[in-house]
Design a protein around this ligand. Structure first.
Ligand SMILES: O=c1[nH]c(=O)c2[nH]c(=O)[nH]c2[nH]1
Length: 307
């Protein structure tokens, strides 16, 4: 064979689906997660020699996740649970150098029945999710927490929003390729994806567990800042609104190093009803729109603190 080598590998189990019921007498909590586990390390011979002796079966990875979920009290805190899973693979298999664990938490909101929160019934009030991606890397070959590094990224995904006014778009390049009219009043709609990184580096699970970073509080706050700015900003463009969101998050949360937003522009254009003698042009006249899902604009940027 020609002179080749494996320049990258990772393997694991994707889409491990899990529900945990946390029972407090009759008062139940429910957590639904989708989990991806990827391992890197000394796996070369599995590819080059068809030697499986170092392979942790992806089926065993799946079993491990369910066992850890049974034993852990952190399943609802996905950043911590992902860290526990990652540490497990690093400390159990000495040839694993890096574990990459991603978790998506799906929404289950407690039902309000006859004005009272129900003790065991929930509904899905939106497809938006809370996500965590944790990379646990071995630094030295020791079974010690201080011999690993833990990198944590959190995010929110698929938060679909729309505002019916308070959005303009004008002043852009007009040349022979331009047909889009300037507008002082348009529908603005996007499906918000945001991911952020923390500047507190911890190799130690206990310090994370003791809430050096309160991941869930930060998540709730970023979601609320994002919605707030979307609703209240008199937007000149998606770009300007994105920047304001990121700036507010970085101002509010000193633990956050950088935040990335990906905002598809879900266009809606006023339907041409002038042809039927009906006013439906820009501003107050327009109330009938056609949503166009494709093609869509996509505005994305990472905003980071200056060093
Ligand atoms: O907010 C916007 N930013 C753009 O870059 C753009 N481009 C476009 O056609 N419409 C919009 N809207």
């Amino acid at each position: 064979m020609s002179d080749v080598f494996i320049s990258q590998q990772s393997y694991g189990k994707n889409n491990i689906r899990l529900i945990k019921v946390i029972r407090n007498k009759n008062w139940h909590e429910v957590v639904e997660l989708t989990i991806h586990v990827l391992l890197d390390g000394d796996f070369t011979t599995a590819y080059t020699e068809a030697d499986n002796s170092k392979v942790v079966a992806t089926d065993s990875m799946k079993n491990t996740v369910y066992i850890l979920a049974k034993q852990s009290s952190n399943v609802q805190n996905i950043e911590l649970f992902a860290t526990e899973i990652g540490r497990h693979f690093i400390f159990t298999y000495s040839h694993v150098s890096q574990a990459n664990v991603s978790i998506t938490k799906h929404k289950w909101t407690r039902m309000l029945v006859d004005g009272k929160f129900h003790d065991h019934s929930f509904y899905r009030d939106g497809e938006d999710t809370h996500n965590a991606k944790v990379i646990v890397t071995r630094i030295n070959n020791n079974d010690e927490d201080n011999e690993i590094s833990i990198k944590i990224e959190s995010g929110l995904k698929d938060l679909l929003v729309l505002k019916t006014t308070g959005s303009k778009f004008s002043g852009f390049i007009r040349d022979k390729y331009t047909t889009l009219p300037e507008t002082n009043d348009r529908i603005l709609s996007t499906s918000i994806d945001a991911t952020w990184t923390y500047n507190i580096i911890s190799s130690n699970l206990t310090s994370l567990t003791e809430n050096v970073i309160k991941f869930d509080n930060i998540f709730d706050s970023i979601r609320s800042i994002t919605l707030n700015i979307f609703a209240t900003h008199d937007s000149e463009s998606v770009q300007a609104t994105l920047y304001l969101m990121a700036n507010s998050v970085l101002n509010e949360h000193p633990q956050i190093e950088s935040i990335r937003y990906e905002l598809p522009n879900k266009h809606s254009f006023a339907y041409d009803l002038e042809r039927f003698g009906l006013k439906n042009s820009e501003g107050n006249d327009a109330d009938i729109f056609v949503p166009f899902d494709k093609p869509n604009g996509i505005i994305s940027a990472t905003i980071s603190r200056k060093k």
